[in-house]
Design a protein around this ligand. Structure first.
Ligand code: ADP
Ligand code: MG
Length: 454
């Protein structure tokens, strides 16, 4: 199996840019193989995320082809030694770079916040109506830690940017106060460290680290503590110690404080002492901006229409949106093709799990306009004449049926209408279909047919 792994790496080397290969794939160590599971050693846990979103599909496909083994799986092992080698390498590249102009007195080396994700900064966060409250609160907490927005509680669904914001706060505090002691920790890791400390009689050290040696505590995914009474108790005291010495506490969760089952009342009430800010799923415009920003960061050449297409196709979750873009980019790089709309459609068709339909709101609007022979501007207008009102309602209905787009978003997409207008249009068409209205049925079928053909 190791040969197949090596040979897959060689393939990747010839296909990827040298920089990408050296940065991401070269540092991976082979750790052996248990049955269908490849053990890969990595310098730190961010590698696992990165490789999973960027290269894993392709690596596994290559290895499957070479080995003939079907269901391959991967487990990741963080290897301290690899991390050390990597640091040495970085130091060497830095040393070989032209020397920076030295200040008269050698400056203190900046504290490395090793467990903050370097990519999650305010600069790389796209703000839109869905997240502006959480963003503003995060900026405020970062600019005057321990003051008004303390604790800051950020909640929102999976993949909507909580971890990103929490890390960004850490970076921002460090920029202003390079010696601030920032502790970013997931509730899961906090739990594991707590249990280990108990077992190894190291509670003093544990408490010293979290209660005394910490200026800003960034606790991610607090919902993990629910039902873990002892850890919750410990966290409660950690919280009090920090809070009463005016240290900033930031907590994220994928549920609203009051809906956290099996979370202690007194913790829940403390979370509400400061500021509670939510993040909603982003609207289309924000999604487009996010895709473009990611493309720019990753040096991916992404035409506007493809950015738009991706943002329409992946609606609910930014992580998935990002993953889709990155997989598309890797595919284009491997096949040495430019990322064009046709290529993107084709590439997404073959994704796993397969998408039911790659139709977008645009597609439906276009098909409806063609079928009824009306202009797009009429479809999106406020005109009430039956010749445009009926097609408009049908288009709204079909978007809802096929794409399950939210009423609010549909309102935006149809020229800025209220969500209640969309809702009543959808109901009306549903009613007509239930009563077997021949005209409406025929139109919907014909448009469906058009869409399925394209
Ligand atoms: P959560 O912690 O809420 O599950 P993450 O913070 O891990 O979500 O976000 C998932 C991915 O989406 C990350 O790569 C993050 O950078 C990206 N992301 C989410 N929201 C935004 C945004 N508004 N702008 C830029 N990137 C975002
Ligand atoms: Mg997270």
């Amino acid at each position: 199996m190791q040969e197949h792994w090596q040979s897959a790496l060689t393939d990747m080397r010839s296909r990827l840019s040298a920089e990408n290969f050296e940065t991401w794939l070269a540092p991976i160590g082979w750790g052996g193989c248990d049955g269908h599971k490849l053990r890969l050693r990595i310098p730190n846990k961010f590698y696992a995320d990165w490789i999973r979103t960027h290269y894993l599909d392709i690596l596994l496909t290559l290895i499957r082809d070479k080995s003939g083994m079907r269901d391959l799986d991967v487990s990741w092992e963080v290897d301290e030694q690899l991390a050390e080698e990597l640091t040495k390498m970085e130091v060497r590249t830095r040393e070989s770079a032209p020397p920076p102009t030295m200040p008269p007195k050698a400056a203190e080396p900046p504290r490395v916040a090793a467990n903050l994700n370097p990519r999650y900064r305010f600069e790389s966060f796209v703000v839109g109506p869905s997240n502006q409250l959480a963003h503003a609160a995060s900026i405020a907490a970062a600019s005057s830690p321990g003051a008004r927005y303390n604790p800051l509680f950020i909640y929102g669904g999976v993949g909507l940017g909580k971890t990103h914001l929490v890390n960004a706060i850490g970076h921002r505090v460090l920029e202003a106060k390079p010696n601030a002691r920032i502790l970013y920790v997931s509730a899961e890791r906090f739990t594991n460290e707590f249990i280990a400390a108990l077992q190894n009689h190291k509670m003093d050290e544990f408490r010293d680290m979290y209660r005394t040696q910490c200026d800003v505590l960034l606790m991610d995914d607090i919902q993990f503590l629910a039902g873990r009474d002892q850890t919750m108790e410990e966290f409660f005291h950690t919280f009090n110690a920090l809070y009463h010495s005016d240290k900033q506490i930031v907590v994220s969760s994928d549920v609203y404080p009051q809906q956290m089952k099996e979370m202690e009342e007194r913790l829940i009430s403390r979370f509400q002492w400061g500021m509670v800010a939510d993040i909603q799923a982003p609207e289309l415009d924000t999604r487009v901006a996010i895709v473009k920003k990611k493309a720019e960061q990753e040096h991916i050449d992404l035409p506007d229409e493809v950015a738009h297409f991706l943002a329409e196709t992946v609606q609910s979750n930014v992580r998935e949106l990002e993953g889709t873009l990155l997989r598309l980019a890797v595919k284009a790089e491997l096949l040495k093709q430019p990322i064009e709309l046709a290529f993107a459609r084709e590439a997404l068709r073959g994704t796993n799990p397969p998408r039911e339909s790659l139709t977008t709101v645009d597609d439906i609007q276009r098909a409806v306009c063609e079928y009824f022979n009306i202009r797009m501007s009429d479809l999106k207008s406020h005109r009430r004449h039956r010749s445009v009102a009926q097609p408009r309602m049908i288009a709204m209905y079909m978007c809802r049926q096929r794409l399950n787009t939210s009423y609010t978003e549909l309102g935006d997409r149809f020229g800025g209408k209220d969500h209640t207008t969309v809702m009543s249009a959808v109901r009306k068409i549903e009613g007509r279909i239930l009563s077997r209205d021949a005209e409406v049925l025929a139109s919907v079928q014909a448009i469906e047919h058009r869409l399925n053909r394209s």
